[in-house]
Design a protein around this ligand. Structure first.
Ligand code: GLO
Ligand code: MG
Length: 344
């Protein structure tokens, strides 16, 4: 086991206003400056940004303006005692990306997506991070026959290559998700993401970010998905949260559905020395719609507290006893050892 002091990151979108497809906001809109102050007060270590969280109305600004605003935002974060973990191009809001971003059938839309990604790299550079997160929200299909999967993978590789060539210092962490908003996404799991890395010009700089809920939506075990990337040396971030089965993406507090799976996730991170190389424990959780502004950060603070409680459980788990039971192939007793430990 390690003695890693984990660093926790969160994003402005994790303090949301409660809107869903069936109803409007239930909490007042707060700006990013307000959120950063609250994040610092709550003792978080790092902030995750979409490009346009850092630079609002990004499409209307010149490169010089974009860099100046990103630099100012970096100062705000650092003055508050935190760092910037990553920047993600938000390619799912614009009218240009209605039919997909890098894989749209429209070449002008594909060009727009790449230009936005290059701008996100400038923002990351100005904010002191080399990590670009690729959640490919609209790159997939609703209608299988409308696009070619093979051609789409080539488009994605072309886009990644442009980004990798644009700044040799950056790394791309792909955040796989099998569906939502699209019906069928092109990079649904970490296995797809890490295989895709080998279609690019510099596979060593293309890795992954594994989110708990996205693994559950793919019917896969989150701890295994994380360990797959860890074993390949490619787990560059995580989004811990929880998900109650195959439904809409829920982003529930970490461990709120499946405590044992959460224990297993913390255990693989710990066993692989995650965090020792500067990786953050990202929390991609949302408040319940019923939550008031006064409890605005509780879902994040609680998720961090649960992670740290589970870390104690991981560090105090009787690995010797577990090894003896494994040697005796007494998995019934091993199962109960884990349950008793979690209940204890
Ligand atoms: C949605 C994703 C989303 C991303 C974020 C960073 O399902 O989890 O929240 O993590 O936009 O790109
Ligand atoms: Mg996420």
């Amino acid at each position: 086991m390690s003695d890693t002091e984990y660093r926790f990151s969160i994003g402005p979108w994790n303090v949301s206003e409660g809107r869903d497809p069936y109803g409007p906001e239930t909490r007042p809109v707060k700006d990013v400056a307000w959120k950063i102050e609250r994040f610092a007060e709550a003792g978080f270590d790092a902030v995750m940004f979409h490009d346009d969280d850092a630079v609002p109305d990004i499409d209307e600004k010149t490169s010089a303006q974009v860099i100046a605003e990103a630099t100012a935002m970096r100062r705000r974060v650092e003055d508050a005692g935190m760092t910037v973990e990553m920047v993600a191009p938000r390619l799912w809001f614009s009218p240009m990306t209605v039919d997909g971003a890098y894989t749209s059938n429209d070449p002008a839309a594909r060009r727009y997506a790449i230009d936005r990604a290059l701008q996100a790299i400038d923002i990351a550079d100005a904010m002191g991070t080399d990590l670009i997160v690729w959640w490919l929200a609209r790159d997939g299909t609703y209608i299988r026959e409308s696009k070619s999967y093979g051609r789409s993978l080539e488009h994605l590789a072309e886009a990644a290559d442009r980004m990798l060539a644009y700044n040799p210092g950056i790394r791309i962490a792909i955040e796989p998700k099998p569906n939502e908003p699209v019906d069928v996404a092109y990079l649904p799991t970490i296995g797809h993401a890490l295989a895709f890395a080998h279609l690019t010009s510099d596979p060593a700089r293309v890795g992954g970010l594994v989110e708990t809920a996205h693994c559950v939506l793919a019917g896969l075990d989150p701890a295994d998905e994380m360990e797959f990337a860890l074993t390949a040396g490619k787990l560059w971030s995580v989004h811990l949260n929880d998900q109650n089965g195959l439904k809409f993406d829920q982003d529930k507090p970490f461990a709120s559905v499946n405590l044992r799976s959460a224990f297993d996730q913390v255990r693989v991170l710990e066993r692989h020395g995650y965090g020792a190389r500067g990786e953050c424990v990202g929390l991609d959780v949302h408040s319940f719609r019923t939550t008031g502004l006064e409890q605005g950060l509780d879902h994040l603070v609680n998720s961090r507290a649960t992670f740290l409680r589970l870390l104690e459980k991981v560090r105090s788990f009787d690995e010797g006893a577990a090894q003896s039971l494994i040697a005796a192939r007494d998995y019934q007793a091993l199962d109960q050892l884990v349950i008793e430990h979690l209940l204890g």
